[in-house]
Design a protein around this ligand. Structure first.
Ligand code: HEM
Length: 129
């Protein structure tokens, strides 16, 4: 997806748009990250499972970027049950960075990218990858 004007503020609405665009892109890809998502949640972004995931991830990023307190989950927990490999985190970050750079101005993009990279590193450390 391309955005003619990049966002220079972060709000709930554009976070939701970003999350939808990210997972739409994940489902369009044919790589090891997209395989994990398709095996776990299916390939229909409109399904109940996917809608739940998008809602959860919208709250998650609102907590990170806006200090919103609606996210009540445990970000790492479901990843223990997934067949994750170290390389997948590189793939995930690459897809995320491209999408973020297409949607947000540099200042906002840097916030998302820095936090995503820190979280990915933390996940890899805890998952022993
Ligand atoms: C190796 C790349 C990754 C893959 C394949 C992956 C896959 C998944 C899948 C399939 C789920 C849904 C699990 C379920 O509903 O049972 C999930 C949940 C989630 N993922 Fe990831 N993930 C990856 C990396 C990341 C990264 C880097 C972040 C954060 C920056 C992240 C944040 C989350 C969060 C917040 C949830 C929801 C947790 C909850 O249930 O509250 N993931 N992930």
């Amino acid at each position: 997806m391309t955005f003619s004007t990049k966002y220079n503020t972060i709000n709930d609405e554009n976070i939701n748009e970003m999350v939808k665009a990210f997972y739409t892109k994940v489902l369009e890809e044919d790589n090891s990250v997209s395989k994990v998502f398709k095996d776990k949640l299916g390939d229909d972004i409109n399904s109940e499972l996917w809608q739940e995931h998008i809602e959860t991830l919208t709250k998650f990023w609102a907590m990170i970027a806006l200090q919103d307190d609606a996210y009540k989950g445990s970000p790492l927990a479901p990843h223990f049950a997934l067949p994750l490999k170290k390389e997948m985190f590189g793939e995930w970050l690459m897809m995320f960075f491209v999408l973020i750079d297409s949607m947000y101005e540099e200042k906002q993009a840097t916030l998302f990218k820095t936090r995503a990279e820190d979280i990915a590193k933390n996940f890899m450390r805890v998952l022993d990858l």
